[in-house]
Design a protein around this ligand. Structure first.
Ligand code: ASP
Length: 277
């Protein structure tokens, strides 16, 4: 899309839509389920040129939350819509609404049942050390998706989309769709998408923190590492980040056991870079 002259906003929407459609990830179809067995999605998109942002929270009847976020960004003076109000807003602009069951997989029903059994038995997740070690499994459930892009005009954009955490209480909103937390873009600094255990990321407004480091002169590679170190140092948080500046310099860092990522430039094809480590 970028090589055909598309904008960075169009590119991040396209990349995130592909990942929402892929049931591997915790976004769109295949997301983790709420404690009541629904998929409830959050997404944010931000344009670095205009600083316009569009976010949706707790949407259940939208197939692609990132596309709903783009409608908010482009068609509304507001930044954030939630729940049925968000669904009505995008529907009024022509987006089809779906039945929530189209997003729910049997795999996730089984995972939810297991998490609820574990919670009832008082068992805790063994994946993480530090403060997260004592938490129920849902706090260690990651797989949110995101993208950052730089277009030919030199404009940055970022987008993040999630189904949130496993067994979350309906109505809970995480870091992913909150501006400056799981997503941020500013042509004067950088574009970022990040995720992990959402609550610590929110408390540190970590996306804006990372972009500000780049704005102050830190290279994205170092700023990405510093952001994850800061998350862990301050709140023993875990997560992963992708960060891109207007020179096309990028940073990728995580302290979760794994993070899948891919990179595409004029010289490098994404397929050559896909990583899960
Ligand atoms: N960061 C997301 C949230 O807290 C979920 C995740 O990827 O862990 O909603």
């Amino acid at each position: 899309m970028l090589s055909r002259g598309g904008t960075s906003v169009e590119a991040v929407e396209a990349a995130v839509s592909v990942m929402e459609e892929d049931d591997t990830f915790d976004a769109g179809r295949g997301s983790f389920l709420t404690s009541e067995g629904h998929v409830q999605c959050d997404a944010l998109m931000m344009c670095g040129k205009t600083l316009r942002a569009g976010g949706v929270g707790c949407v259940e009847r939208v197939r692609h939350a990132v596309q709903a976020a783009r409608l908010v960004l482009e068609k509304s003076p507001h930044v954030y819509f939630v729940g049925p109000g968000a669904e009505d807003f995008v529907h009024s602009l022509g987006m089809d609404l779906i039945d929530n069951s189209e997003l729910v997989l049997d795999r996730e029903r089984a995972r939810l049942a297991e998490a609820q059994e574990r919670a009832a038995a008082g068992l805790q997740d063994a994946t993480f050390s530090g403060d997260e070690a004592g938490l129920p499994a849902e706090f260690a459930s990651h797989d949110t998706v995101g993208a950052v892009a730089l277009d030919r005009e030199g404009n940055l954009a970022a987008a993040t989309s999630t189904g949130g955490t496993l067994n979350k209480t309906p109505g809970r909103v995480g870091d992913s769709s909150l501006i400056g937390c799981g997503c941020y873009a500013d042509n004067e600094s950088a574009a970022t998408s990040l995720t992990g255990w959402g609550e610590p990321i929110m408390k540190l407004v970590l996306g804006k923190w990372a972009c500000d480091r780049v704005g102050e002169g830190t290279a994205p590679e170092a700023a990405a590492r510093e952001s994850i170190a800061y998350l862990h140092r301050r709140l023993k948080g875990h997560g992963g980040i992708i960060l891109l500046d207007r020179k096309g310099r990028y940073g990728i860092a995580h302290n979760t056991p794994q993070m899948a990522w891919a990179l595409r430039t004029e010289q490098i094809k994404a397929a050559d870079t896909v990583r899960s480590a």
